[in-house]
Write a protein that binds this ligand. Structure first.
Ligand SMILES: [Zn+2]
Length: 148
């Protein structure tokens, strides 16, 4: 390695980047500016602070995240309903309705956040991890941001 070569950026595993809600293209910039559970709601960055990726790919892009969120909700409700049946053996529908509504309410910030992250990571054609963008020399300064 010559002194002029820069050390390549550390590759980040997809699950680590997904859990931390990092940019799907460079896995360095944050998608959200607030934590999952905060009283101020969840605020997204418009662009990646590192590579400049515009997160909302096209107008109405986030509507698709509703379907992802719906799938998350169904999976969580089935899981908790089966778990509740195994633990309590109850046949009362009100036990299930009460517990499942509580679970969905508590998990709604999680579903909101990760439905959008999952949409960006796995359900958007043409949006892939490009490790070279993670290197410091390819950082895009905010005024020079451009849509890809
Ligand atoms: Zn990025």
């Amino acid at each position: 390695m010559t002194p002029t070569e820069l050390k390549p950026a550390k590759k980040v595993h997809v699950l680590e980047a997904f859990i931390k809600a990092k940019c799907p293209r460079c896995r360095r910039g944050d998608i959200y500016s607030t934590p999952t559970y905060s009283f101020g709601g969840q605020k997204m960055h418009e662009r990646c602070s590192h590579c400049g990726l515009h997160y909302e790919r096209e107008p109405g892009y986030w509507y698709v995240a509703m379907f992802v969120s719906y799938a998350f909700n169904v999976a969580e409700m089935v899981t908790f309903a089966v778990g509740l049946h195994i633990l309590t053996g109850s046949n009362s529908p009100w036990v299930y309705v009460g517990v499942l509504l509580g679970v969905i309410f508590i998990l709604s910030p999680f579903n909101y956040r990760y439905s959008r992250v999952a949409l960006l990571y796995w359900l958007t054609p043409g949006l892939n991890y490009e490790p070279w963008r993670a290197e410091d020399k390819f950082k895009v300064a905010p005024p020079e941001e451009k849509q890809d």
